[in-house]
Design a protein around this ligand. Structure first.
Ligand code: NCD
Length: 362
C-alpha cells in the first residue's frame, strides 16, 4: 500500500482536504505503521494487534536485567523532546518512562511561558527548533490540529522528525485510546474478545477527547455497540455518531446511566472538563449527580464487566470502588507505559528486533 501517497507531495491546504484514510497513508512508515502518530484512524486491526503484541513482549522482556539492557540499547542513540503546554502528569510521566525503557534521552518543555514563545516566537518555530536537537517530538497542546500541521511541516524539512500526539485540544488523544484498547484486549482475550461488546461511555463527552479517539479505534471490531451517556449539555458530537453509523456500528445517546449499566461489558467514565468552560461556572450549573459510580452502581454491573477511566478522576468514581476487581483504571496507567514503549519502538522500526529477542530468550 506504500508508495502511493506521500505527505511531501501536498501543500498544507491540499493535505488538509484529503480523506482521513489518505492522510493516514501520508503519515505512515513504509511498513504501514505510523511514522507520525496524530489520530486514532491511523490504526487498523492489524496495527493494533501488532502494537499490543509488542507491548506484551516488551513487558516480559523488561522483567530481567538482561532484557532491560537489551531494551535500553535499542534507542540509546536517540533523543526525545516532550513538549507539553497543557497540564499533565500521568501522560507526561508515561512517555518519560517509555523513553527511559528504550534508552532514549529526553528534554522537556512543560510551560510555554518559560520558552521563547513568551518572546513572541510562534509554536511552529519553537517546534522546528526542537527538531534540530531531537529525534522524536511528543506533544500535548491546547490547539486542535497543531501536531498534525507540525508533522506536515517537519516532513518537508531537512529533519523529518516523527511527532506523537499526546492530546490535541478537545479532538484526539490517540495514545490514550491505544492503552484503552490494550486494556480491553487483555481483559477480554480469554473471554471471546471485543467483538459485539457494549461499551458505555459516561461523563463529559462533548469536550473529552479520549472517548472520541477510543470509539474510533473500537470500530476495528465487528458489532461493537457504543452507548454515550451524558447530561444533554455534554453530549457526544454528531461527527462521532455519524462516523460510527457509517461504519455499521450501533451508536446510542442516553442520559440514563443506571438503565445502561446492566448492559455494559465496559464502562468508560470521564471527568467534567471544566477547563474548557466558555463562561464562569458553566459546568458547575450542569447537574452531573446521575453520572457517578459508587458501590450501589457497581452492583448493577455484570460480574464480567470492567470499569475504566483515563484519569485524573474527580468524584465520578468513589474511592471505595477501587477495591472491586472490575476496576481497571490503575491497570490502564501501567498498560499505557508499555503500549507507549511499543509505539516509540515501532516509530523507530524496532519491533522485529523485539520479536527476535523474545523468541530467542523467553
Ligand atoms: C485525559 C486527557 O488529558 O485528555 N487525561 C489523560 O491523558 N489521562 C483525560 C482528562 O484530562 O480528563
Amino acid at each position: 500500500m506504500r508508495g502511493m501517497k506521500r505527505i511531501t507531495d501536498y501543500s498544507w491546504e491540499e493535505y488538509d482536504a484529503l480523506p482521513v484514510a489518505d492522510k493516514a497513508e501520508c503519515l505512515a512508515r513504509p511498513d504501514g505503521m505510523p511514522f507520525h502518530t496524530i489520530f486514532a484512524q491511523q490504526f487498523d486491526r492489524a496495527r493494533l494487534d501488532r502494537l499490543c503484541d509488542a507491548a506484551t513482549k516488551i513487558r516480559s522482556i523488561a522483567k530481567s536485567r538482561a532484557g532491560m539492557e537489551f531494551l535500553q540499547r535499542l534507542l540509546f542513540h536517540k533523543r526525545a523532546m516532550i513538549y507539553f503546554t497543557q497540564p499533565s502528569s500521568r501522560t507526561f510521566l508515561s512517555f518519560l518512562s517509555a523513553c527511559q525503557i528504550l534508552g532514549l534521552k529526553t528534554g522537556e518543555v512543560r510551560d510555554a511561558s518559560v520558552s521563547s514563545e513568551f518572546k513572541g516566537e510562534s509554536r511552529e518555530d519553537s517546534i522546528r527548533t526542537f527538531s534540530s536537537y531531537f529525534d522524536l517530538i511528543v506533544m500535548r497542546t491546547q490547539e486542535k490540529g497543531l501536531a498534525e500541521r507540525m508533522a506536515w511541516s517537519l516532513s518537508r524539512s531537512k529533519r523529518p522528525v516523527p511527532i506523537i500526539n499526546a492530546g490535541s485540544g478537545k479532538d484526539q488523544h490517540p495514545t490514550q485510546a491505544l492503552l484503552d484498547i490494550y486494556t480491553l484486549q487483555r481483559s477480554f482475550e480469554r473471554r471471546g474478545g471485543l467483538r459485539g461488546r457494549t461499551v458505555v461511555y459516561v461523563g463529559d463527552l462533548a469536550r473529552g477527547r479520549t472517548v472520541r479517539s477510543l470509539s474510533n479505534l473500537l470500530t476495528n471490531w465487528e458489532g461493537v455497540r457504543h452507548v454515550f451517556v451524558a447530561p444533554p449539555q455534554l453530549r457526544i458530537g454528531d461527527d462521532i455518531l455519524a462516523m460510527l453509523r457509517d461504519r455499521g456500528q450501533e451508536a446510542i445517546v442516553s442520559d440514563d446511566m443506571a438503565a445502561w449499566l446492566p448492559e455494559a461489558d465496559a464502562v468508560y467514565m470521564t471527568r467534567i472538563q471544566d477547563e474548557w468552560d466558555e463562561s464562569q461556572g458553566e459546568s458547575a450549573r450542569i447537574d452531573t449527580s446521575r453520572f457517578k459510580i459508587g458501590l450501589r452502581e457497581m452492583a448493577l454491573l455484570k460480574p464480567g464487566a470492567i470499569l475504566m477511566h483515563p484519569l485524573p478522576r474527580r468524584d465520578e468514581i468513589a474511592p471505595e470502588v477501587d477495591a472491586d476487581p472490575r476496576a481497571m483504571y490503575w491497570r490502564q496507567v501501567r498498560n499505557g507505559m508499555w503500549i507507549r514503549t511499543a509505539l516509540i519502538a515501532s516509530t523507530f522500526d524496532c519491533l522485529s528486533r523485539i520479536d527476535h529477542y523474545f523468541r530467542d530468550n523467553l
